[in-house]
Design a protein around this ligand. Structure first.
Ligand SMILES: CC(C)(COP(=O)(O)OP(=O)(O)OC[C@H]1O[C@@H](n2cnc3c(N)ncnc32)[C@H](O)[C@@H]1OP(=O)(O)O)[C@@H](O)C(=O)NCCC(=O)NCCSC(=O)CCC(=O)O
Ligand SMILES: O=C(O)C1=N[C@H](C(=O)O)CCC1
Ligand SMILES: [Mg+2]
Length: 320
């Protein structure tokens, strides 16, 4: 019997950066997979080229090694290279956010100082910085468990205004533009053409043709107690400085500056002049064709139907 028949698998040959000596020897700092795939066995075509890159770097206390990784996507990540393979699969848009097991991911990733000479274990950067400066100017872009996506994967058909704001593991479909104020976390992103000028939090997925206005927020679930998984359908707009703690369906608009939390009481006005019905916003989670606005005279949040209305992106901004 073939036990692998029903399991979802992935594999890749990667180049791992590993702490070379001392108390932290063996800690994996990152793994780059040039050609990850949804196959049981890794594509061998890049092995010789990767072997050429194997080296030791005493100034960073690291060495590199070629690793051959095969994983089951339904099981939790086993180690750092496995975790990096999952992040690569997301950023290569081979798998969608929320579709693979990422349980315990943070615990498998080292905290790294991402320097212009390559990754260094964060807890070793101060003692290594004299040695590193003998090589020239030392620049550290950030200290985090995740690198910038585009240092590892550059998806086709995207523009990214500020590379620091898109973590490895972000899923950006062709036609996506991320402006400088936008942010995309790992296990989050877009399904199609999209304008991202706000933040796409971990676990949030944005449908084709939708627009996240400047500084807009999509409420996350990793910290802060929120449990409602946010998503945005197609052709919807979250206005500038607005925010959502519920899912939006297709063809919805949230007024600029309005934050809709799951528990907000909102007045649904089905037609002009009709008596409003008060519901909790979460009851409208995922419903299509709605306009959410804060009545500028009363302060109450109003929900109006948007039938036969749609949001259109400016096509010229998405021919990437
Ligand atoms: C809520 C909407 C969508 C409403 O616009 P509409 O064009 O649909 O309607 P409208 O023509 O303005 O108004 C229709 C009728 O509703 C009334 N009306 C409108 N808003 C109201 C409110 N909050 N309270 C009470 N009445 C209101 C109008 O007076 C008008 O009344 P009468 O019919 O009686 O005349 C808009 O205001 C909005 O917030 N759009 C979001 C745009 C956005 O943020 N884009 C992202 C860009 S990103 C960006 O800019 C980057 C910059 C940055 O980084 O910040
Ligand atoms: O894609 C761009 O470039 C954008 N530019 C606009 C601007 O600079 O104001 C905003 C939307 C996207
Ligand atoms: Mg920057």
């Amino acid at each position: 019997m073939d036990c692998m028949t029903d399991s979802r698998v992935a594999s890749g040959l990667g180049l791992a950066t590993i702490v070379h000596s001392g108390n932290n020897a063996g800690t994996v700092l990152d793994t780059w997979f040039p050609a990850p795939a949804l196959t049981k066995e890794a594509d061998e075509s890049s092995r010789a080229a990767l072997e050429q890159l194997v080296a030791e770097d005493a100034s960073r206390n690291v060495r590199t090694e070629v690793v051959d990784v095969s994983i089951n996507l339904d099981e939790a990540p086993a180690d750092a290279s496995d975790a990096y393979l999952r992040l690569h699969l997301l950023s290569h848009t081979l798998v969608e956010p929320n579709s693979i097991n990422l349980d315990g991911l943070f615990g498998k990733l080292a905290n790294v100082a991402w320097t212009n000479f390559g990754p260094v274990l964060a807890s070793e950067i101060n003692e290594l910085s004299i040695k590193l400066r003998t090589r020239g100017h030392l620049s550290i872009s950030h200290v985090d468990k995740f690198p910038r996506m585009i240092d590892y994967v550059v998806p086709a058909g995207v523009r990214i205004g500020d590379a620091d704001r898109v973590r490895l593991g972000a899923h950006l479909a062709s036609g996506t533009t991320v402006m400088h104020e936008g942010f995309v976390n790992f296990n989050a992103g877009t399904r199609g053409t999209s304008m991202v000028e706000g933040r796409i939090s971990q676990g949030v997925i944005v449908g084709d043709g939708s627009d996240i206005g400047g500084g807009a927020s999509t409420m996350g679930t990793l910290s802060g107690g929120g449990t409602e998984r946010v998503s945005i359908g197609e052709r919807s707009l979250v206005g500038a400085e607005a925010g959502i703690g519920i899912a939006l369906g297709d063809d919805c608009v949230v007024e600029a500056g309005l934050y809709i939390t799951a528990g907000s009481r909102v007045n649904v006005i089905l037609e002009k002049g009709a008596e409003p019905k008060t519901v909790k916003a979460v009851e409208l989670s995922g419903v299509s064709n709605l306009l959410f606005r804060r009545n500028s005279l009363t302060g109450a949040i109003e929900v109006l139907p948007r039938a036969n209305n749609t949001v259109e992106l400016n096509e010229a901004l998405h021919i990437n």
